[in-house]
Design a protein around this ligand. Sequence first.
Ligand code: ZN
Length: 530
Amino acid sequence: MPDKVFIFDTTLRDGEQSPGCSMNLPEKIEMARQLDRLGVDILEAGFPIASHGDFEAVKAIAAEIRRPMIAALARANELDINRAWEALREAARPRIHTFLATSDIHLQYKLHKTREEILKMISWAVGHAKSRCQDVEFSPEDAGRTDRGYLVECCQAAVEAGATVLNLPDTVGFCLESDYEQMFRDVQTRVRGMDRVALSTHTHDDLGMAVANTLAGLRGGARQVECTINGIGERAGNAALEEVAMILRVRRDALPLYTDIRSEEIYASSLLLTRLTGMNVQRNKAIVGRNAFAHEAGIHQDGVIKNAITYEIITPQTVGMPSNSIVLGKHSGRHALAKRYEDLGYQLTKPELERAYALFTQLADRKKNIYDEDLLAIVNEDFQHIPELYALKLFQSVSSNDGRSTATLELEKDGATFHDSATSEGPCDAAFRAIDRITGMPGTISDFSVHTVGPGTDGVAEVRIRARFDGREFAGKCTSHSVVEAAARSYLQAANKAAYDSKRTGEAVSVGRVSVHKSETVDRLFPGGY
Ligand SMILES: [Zn+2]
């Protein structure tokens, strides 16, 4: 009988706290709904003490998403645990996830505590969490670099205080598979009372080993896997959920394990996350990259046409990836459009469908063939949840080959209209500077990419931007026939997010003497996150 592996998704916690991946409340709820459809067992919704926004997101997700367990992260102290419980209490199946570093490196340089002090803190924190919530997960942060004998003592303390799950993180992505597997075997055999406790993996990809180490942990006895969609996360990221799930599905012959992930929801989950964060997936990314199922070499194409099994171990349909065939044209109606969106994983409401249809017909007037990518661009661009503080009313751009470009803009805010123009070396930069002049929030570009949407020379340009405002990074994405206009709109989107975010996080949560406004600040206070 194969064993079930529980999927603990931390896209909204470890993923979301990494640079460039922050999401606002409606975006987090939308992602949580998709993770529910995908079939994750445990959904880590956030780190409630980190910011007011994180607290509200966990609370809202706990109230709405009822099937998966909802977890919230807390450091091993009273304030954090109480705040996590406050956010979780409406959940159908809540879990408090508390953590404390156990490696000598962290004890000496970060926590300035002795091993004995840490053991006491673990017992107290897990016991306190247990007095609030039946289900308590404990993570000895940096377990991968913790002295093995001491790690066993820490785990013992957590189990005796009532932990139901022990998660052994390779926080810094340092472990080799053999080390990681042996750590699970040691904890399983040397800690007393493990028959009532589940073991969990948490791996990072600093050496490209996250998924391989996850499998090693499973071989060592873990039955819970912590992972994220598209492998987003601190630094090089976490183990990618889609890769772990598909390995366990495709290689059932070699590993007697299974998950309850609905693989046909994988691609929609990946796309949604890309849309919400603006963080592109590399083309050759396993399972969800645009080229993951593209066969270019003639000999491969020939084989696949004869029988896909020659070169394909997974069909695109298994992961819900739409085929790149022409789907709709000028004469397609609302019904066909709604059906196609359904196939792509979007349940549009009536007003949303009307809006999508209007944009679709506009596009069909200019472009003969409408591909899935075009349809996705329509919903992705136009269905953003960012409140439009500044709306673009007029845009004009003049560029010349003598190194001077001018952009003139009209933005509307609260019914008032603002005009300004700026000159710069490039037309995009001129547009950004004109926006800065109106909003009064100067930004710097940290990433800028242009793609064409769909094949053909009549394709539209998709611009993705990541811009920093006041030390924080926000994403924007837009499509247009004009690259410069798409860039200006993307930048404005990022600026709107920044303006919204600074309004939203105005009320800071006080953590001891330290005032924490953003999870980014938490990362700085606790380097490495966990
Ligand atoms: Zn982590």
